[in-house]
Design a protein around this ligand. Structure first.
Ligand code: ATP
Ligand code: MG
Length: 180
């Protein structure tokens, strides 16, 4: 399910509304240190339902909202939109185009939507189920994660490989069946 575009507005360093179109093939994002490359991948994880502020390098979730700079005041809202081409129906949706959106306000209010219809976080999680994507899948490997995988103990490394190969889902089902 190819990504079509990412729109970031008020998320971390992106005070101005910024749209990135992903054309076919590989997209590389380059820029000097501190220019916001990691913030872009964090925006993707966030809109896909990331709930851990720490894994987004913050203390509280509102830390993702643009905090202001020397020249501009802080913003009151972060908004990220991710568009997918779902013509192969890998996402759990009948729609050919799927747009997910997440908003967070400084007072803590938050909103999710799928194709402009407000929804719950659970619906966002469900749409990615069995797609190989999602906030915790190995389709997003953050800085330091590769080293972590290399340095992990054989048993941990095995679980990573099983997770990527889709074995862990069956293991979980087997366990559930045995416990019945
Ligand atoms: P590197 O090459 O070092 O990995 P990078 O391009 O990945 O850098 P990021 O880590 O994405 O850079 O961006 C860091 C910048 O984002 C810092 O300047 C930081 O101040 C800014 N930033 C993070 N959170 C916010 C926020 N809430 N409001 C404003 N700016 C923020
Ligand atoms: Mg970085």
């Amino acid at each position: 399910m190819p990504l079509k575009s990412l729109t970031i507005n008020g998320f971390k360093s992106f005070a101005d509304k910024t749209k990135i179109d992903f054309t076919s093939g590989i997209t590389g994002i380059v820029g000097p240190n501190g220019s916001g490359k990691s913030n872009i991948t964090e925006a993707i994880r966030w809109v896909m339902g990331e709930q851990s502020a720490r894994s987004l390098r913050g203390d509280k979730m509102v830390d993702v909202i643009f905090a202001g700079s020397d020249t501009r005041p802080q913003m009151n809202r972060a908004e990220v939109t991710l568009q997918f081409d779902n013509s192969n129906h890998e996402l759990k949706s009948q729609q050919e185009n799927v747009t997910i959106k997440r908003k967070l306000f400084r007072n803590g209010d938050s909103e999710f939507s799928i194709n402009n219809k407000n929804c719950r976080l659970k619906d966002i999680n469900e749409i990615f189920m069995d797609s190989g994507m999602g906030k915790q899948s190995f389709s997003i490997i953050s800085q330091g994660r590769v080293e972590e995988i290399f340095n992990s103990k054989p048993v941990e490394r095995r679980s990573i490989i099983e997770e990527s190969a889709g074995v862990s889902l069956f293991k979980q089902k087997k366990q559930q069946a045995e416990n019945k």
